[in-house]
Design a protein. Sequence first.
Length: 187
Amino acid sequence: MKRLLATSILAASLASGAAFAQSPGVGPYVGGSVGASNYSDEGCVGDCDKTDIGFKVFGGYMFTPNFGAEVGYGGFGKAKVGITGVGNAELKSSGFHGFLTAQYPIENWALFGKLGFAWLDNEVTVSTPFGSASDSDSSTEFAWGLGVTYMFNKNVGIRGEYENYKYEWRGESDNIRYWSVGVQYKF
């Protein structure tokens, strides 16, 4: 009797595992995107250019059609400040991120949201007529995003999203807002 029960449980587990693995929307994916970054430095003095072009690469796994996890690496360009006759400064940020994701699929579309953390390396370079110097600081802070994916077929899709990365520089925290469009490939 115990052997029959154990065999039945094993068979049911294998059958449900096979059905789970074949569920639409479940499995690994990779992708890349480019977009516009905006450093929200409210205390900027002088000629401020807080926008630039950024990029990111990412990979994830959907455990169910609605929930998954994603990791990636991004470079968010530079924010620049210039003061006439004095010099200029640049801040650039790049680093790794990890998110828990939730999505709502509608036919070929999926609306998604994600919450997680980003480890960003922040580097400041100051240039004056007398020379230049740079310093760096890293921080691990909260990050989140919202977006939409459209799948052309079961493997290839396009995705647009907005992400907000918090970063800290020498005790002062601020945000990087990143709007991007990219491609996604599901295995």
